[in-house]
Design a protein around this ligand. Structure first.
Ligand SMILES: [Mn+2]
Length: 421
C-alpha cells in the first residue's frame, strides 16, 4: 500500500506576495498530482493545511477543494489533522467544512481530552486495511502536554490487537528531529521515545525542514517538510518544498519511503553585514552584488543587517535597487532589513524575522517583572487571546455573529464554560 505524506501547506500564506502565494498553491497541487501518478491509496496532511483556520480567499479555496474532489473521485482518501495554524479552539474551521463536504477525514474528533485525561481513538479504514489516528497541533506546543497524558499502556495494548498498516499523525516538534537551525531557539519538543509505540509510520508536521529517523523496531518517524517555504528565513535556508511517498510492504510489514522535492524556481540569497559602513557604501555593495548575479526568473532574497556607521537607512536607495532587480527579470524579490539600524538614530529594531517572533519578544519583555510561576500562566493567557482575537470577520458575516463567535472561542479557550453557563 502506497501513501503520500504531506504537511505544512500553509495555503493562503504570502498574501502580500501574490506570485509566491501562487507558487505555494502550485506546490500543493504538484504534490497531489504526483501522488496520483504514484497511485497512492491515501494522502496524509499532517497539519497546517491552511495558513489560518478560516481562510477567505475563495479562488484559493476552490483550487484546494478542487484538488480534494479530484482525489475523492479517484478513491484516494485524505486524512488531516489541524496544525498550530489552522487549529481553532472551538473546532470551527475550514477543515470542518472540508470534512462535511466529504473531501477529507479530519481526525481531530478522535481526541477525547479534558485537563486530567487524554484518550485517543483509532480510525479503521477496512478497505485499505489501515489503522490511523492523530494528534492535532496547537500553538506553543500545547499538544505536547496532551501527548504526555495518553495512557500509553492501554493505548498500545489496543493498538496491538489491530491488524494492518498503523499510522500516527502528529503536528509537533520531535526533539531528535529538530533541524540545526532551530538549536538554541527555545522550542517545546517531545522525544520520539515518549510517543506511543507500535505504529509503522509517524507522519509529522510542524517542522518545515524534512528529516526522519528509524527506531529499533523499524518504525519510521518523518517530517515531510513544508510544500513551500513559508517565510524569509525558510526561503533562504530550506529553499524548496518537499513531501514523502511511502510504501508499506504487507508481507514484511516494513515501510520504505522517498522524499520528493518540489521546486519551481531557484532561490538566490545575499546577506550583507553593514558594520562600519556608511549608507552609501552599503548601497554600492548591494548594487555590486546584484550586478554579478543572474536573477532571471529567480527568487532573490536580500538580507541587510547591522548598524550603519553614518547615514540613515532611507539613504539606501531601495527604489533604484528594486528597479535593477526587476530589469534583470527577477521573479520575486524578498528583502529583510529588520536587523538594520543606524548609529545616528539608535532605535531598538527587532532582530526577529517573523511576526510571531516579534510578538514573542514583546511579550517576553513585558513579562520580565513577574515571578517565574505567574509568567508562564500570563503568557499562556496572552497567546490564547492573541490567537482568538487574530480572527477576522468573514465576508458577509454579521457583526453580531462575528463577535459572538469570538466571545465563544474565548470562553472555550480559557475554559470558562462553567462561569458562563
Ligand atoms: Mn507549519
Amino acid at each position: 500500500m502506497k501513501f503520500a505524506h504531506i504537511a505544512d501547506c500553509h495555503l493562503g500564506s504570502w498574501s502580500r506576495k501574490p506570485e509566491l502565494q501562487e507558487l505555494n498553491i502550485n506546490s500543493f497541487e504538484y504534490a497531489v498530482d504526483k501522488s496520483i501518478q504514484e497511485q497512492v491509496g491515501f494522502i496524509i496532511i499532517a497539519g497546517d493545511f491552511f495558513d489560518t483556520s478560516f481562510p477567505t480567499n475563495t479562488s484559493l479555496l476552490s483550487r484546494a477543494f478542487g484538488k480534494l474532489r479530484e482525489l475523492r473521485e479517484k478513491g484516494i482518501s485524505v486524512y488531516v489533522i489541524p496544525g498550530s495554524h489552522d487549529f481553532s479552539a472551538s473546532g470551527e474551521s475550514i477543515l470542518k467544512v472540508c470534512e462535511a463536504a466529504g473531501l477529507c477525514r479530519n481526525l481531530m474528533d478522535l481526541t477525547e481530552f479534558d485537563n486530567d485525561t487524554m484518550k485517543l481513538n483509532f480510525f479503521h479504514d477496512k478497505e485499505k486495511n489501515l489503522v490511523i489516528t492523530g494528534m492535532l497541533g496547537r500553538r506553543l506546543g500545547l499538544e505536547i502536554e496532551m501527548l504526555r497524558k495518553i495512557n500509553k499502556r492501554e493505548f498500545e495494548r489496543e493498538l496491538g490487537e489491530k491488524q494492518g498498516l498503523k499510522i500516527f499523525i502528529l503536528h509537533t516538534a520531535v526533539t531528535e528531529l529538530l533541524p540545526e537551525s532551530t538549536k538554541g531557539d527555545f522550542m517545546e519538543s517531545i522525544s520520539y521515545k515518549e510517543l506511543p509505540k507500535g505504529f509503522h509510520y509517524y507522519a509529522a508536521g510542524h517542522i518545515h525542514e524534512p528529516s526522519n529517523l528509524k527506531d529499533e523496531n523499524g518504525s519510521v518517524y518523518a517530517y515531510s517538510g513544508c510544500v513551500f517555504p513559508d517565510n524569509f528565513s525558510e526561503m533562504t535556508s530550506i529553499k524548496n518544498g518537499s513531501f514523502i511517498i511511502a510504501d508499506f510492504d504487507e508481507q514484511t510489514k516494513k515501510i520504505s519511503f522517498k522524499e520528493e522535492k518540489i521546486k519551481f524556481k531557484d532561490v538566490i540569497s545575499v546577506e550583507i553585514k553593514v558594520e562600519d559602513k556608511t549608507a552609501k557604501e552599503v548601497e554600492q555593495e548591494i548594487l555590486d552584488e546584484i550586478d554579478e548575479k543572474d536573477l532571471k526568473d529567480k527568487i532573490f532574497t536580500l538580507k541587510v543587517s547591522g548598524s550603519l556607521k553614518s547615514g540613515k537607512i532611507s539613504d539606501i536607495n531601495f527604489d533604484a535597487i528594486y528597479k535593477i532587480i526587476f530589469d534583470k527579470g527577477c521573479f520575486s524579490f524578498l528583502r529583510n532589513t529588520h536587523g538594520l539600524s543606524t548609529k545616528e538614530f539608535e532605535i531598538q529594531v527587532s532582530k526577529a524575522d517573523s511576526v510571531e517572533n516579534i510578538e514573542k519578544e514583546i511579550i517576553e519583555n513585558s513579562l520580565k517583572e513577574f515571578e517565574q510561576d505567574s509568567r508562564k500562566e500570563k503568557s499562556n493567557l496572552i497567546y490564547t487571546l492573541l490567537k482568538v482575537l487574530d480572527k477576522e470577520k468573514i465576508e458577509d458575516e454579521l457583526k453580531d455573529d462575528f463577535s459572538s463567535r469570538l466571545v465563544n472561542e474565548i470562553i472555550k479557550s480559557l475554559e470558562l464554560e462553567e462561569k458562563f453557563k
